[in-house]
Design a protein around this ligand. Structure first.
Ligand SMILES: *Cc1c(COP(=O)(O)O)cnc(C)c1O
Length: 364
């Protein structure tokens, strides 16, 4: 039985999220016998020639997709995006210098909490005054030249906002791109560190992609725990200890799929269209989008139904029965959310829009 004979749901999960069906099917075909090795990729040494090929390919594809220069290292780490909240200040904080942060939501707040255990945060702007429903405008941001580094969350998975343009900062810009990595073109050279948990846009949970400018490796105190120093992982090409081999293999397949689709130019155009169709379906009376125009995420589309929690619960229940899953908003904010990452097909967005119209006609 192949996966295609199984009924697949329209999956709007925020994370772990949908993976491309072609990728799952290829992994299925290769599962019990990878490259004629007579074993799966999960069962072989991380130092085997087969797995070396996988991790080298995943890095090469990341470099091609994102146009990453030799001045940057590409790492596949563990501990999720959440461990980066600690590793970044441990490795990058300079004595007596605080960190400039733009606070745009729950994930930034968690990063600030960890940063404050190690160094000092300086919140130069925040959208908490309006429930994180917007991204502060670039001309209001005053980054300090004597900060250790600057920190932002490029896409706010829970609030449904996304930076459309990035600030030019006098200190290295660190960005949590967990929920929009490889969804659009970016200029990696504008950043000191980019990091992303894999489970939104590039693979299964258990791997974190870190792109780090090599000169920043010199900052960390050699007394830091070995596993928590970026230089350990750079010196050992992400193979200091056993890496999450299966997850890295899946990332390679997802990147292969992306390259075949035409890379970031192509996927960005598709993502903009998908998001636009969905936002256009909100009339502002029955379906309400709480996010400011100009800040709306192309990845996580957050909406309400007449601010009526009962109707929203009814919507989720009926949508699930109709084969549309994962539409409940994050438990901390309520409401509804459709996560439409790279792997969410256009047909799923269309199915959601027709369901929304039907639901509205029955409940108006
Ligand atoms: C999901 C998410 C995280 C947390 O990722 P983990 O891998 O679970 O630690 C952090 N930041 C953002 C923006 C996220 O969307």
């Amino acid at each position: 039985m192949t996966i295609t004979s199984v009924k697949r749901t329209h999956n709007f999960s925020a994370g772990p999220a949908a993976l491309p069906l072609e990728v799952l099917e290829k992994a299925q075909r290769e599962l019990v016998d990878f490259q004629s090795a007579g074993m799966s990729v999960m069962e072989m040494s991380h130092r085997s020639k087969e797995f070396s090929g996988v991790i080298e390919s995943a890095e090469a594809r990341a470099r091609r997709l994102l146009n990453i220069s030799d001045e940057y290292a590409v790492l596949f780490l563990q501990g999720g995006a959440s461990l980066q909240f600690s590793m970044i200040p441990m490795n990058l904080c300079l004595p007596g210098k605080s960190v400039d942060v733009v606070n745009t939501g729950s994930w930034t707040k968690k990063a600030i909490k960890e940063l404050n255990k190690i160094g000092e945060s300086n919140i130069i702007a925040s959208s908490e005054d309006k429930n994180f429903s917007y991204i502060p405008s670039l001309d209001q941001l005053n980054f300090n030249a004597d900060a250790s580094y600057s920190y932002i969350t490029s896409n706010n998975t829970i609030a449904g906002t996304q930076w459309k343009e990035f600030p030019k900062t006098p200190t290295p810009l660190v960005a949590d791109m967990s929920s929009d990595i490889v969804s659009r073109k970016i200029n990696v050279n504008d950043f000191g560190i980019i990091f992303a948990g894999a489970q939104k846009n590039i693979g299964p949970s258990g791997v974190t992609l870190v792109i780090i400018r090599k000169d920043l490796l010199e900052r960390a105190d050699a007394a830091l725990p070995t596993m928590l120093q970026y230089r350990t992982h750079v010196d050992n090409k992400s193979l200091y200890n056993t890496p999450p081999t299966f997850g890295i293999y899946m990332i390679d397949l997802v990147f292969e799929w992306l390259e075949a689709k035409g890379g970031l130019d192509a996927i960005e155009a598709i993502n903009i269209q998908k998001a636009k169709r969905l936002y256009d379906a909100f009339d502002g009376e029955f379906y309400i989008c709480p996010v400011a125009e100009g800040s709306r995420s192309d990845m996580n589309v957050v909406f309400r139904i007449q601010n009526n929690e009962e109707l929203e619960a009814q919507f989720v229940k009926e949508a699930t029965a109709a084969g549309l899953s994962g539409l409940k908003g994050h438990r901390s904010v309520g409401g509804l959310r459709a996560s439409i990452y790279n792997a969410c097909p256009e047909e799923s967005v269309d199915a959601l829009i027709s369901f929304m119209k039907d639901f509205e006609s029955r409940n108006r």
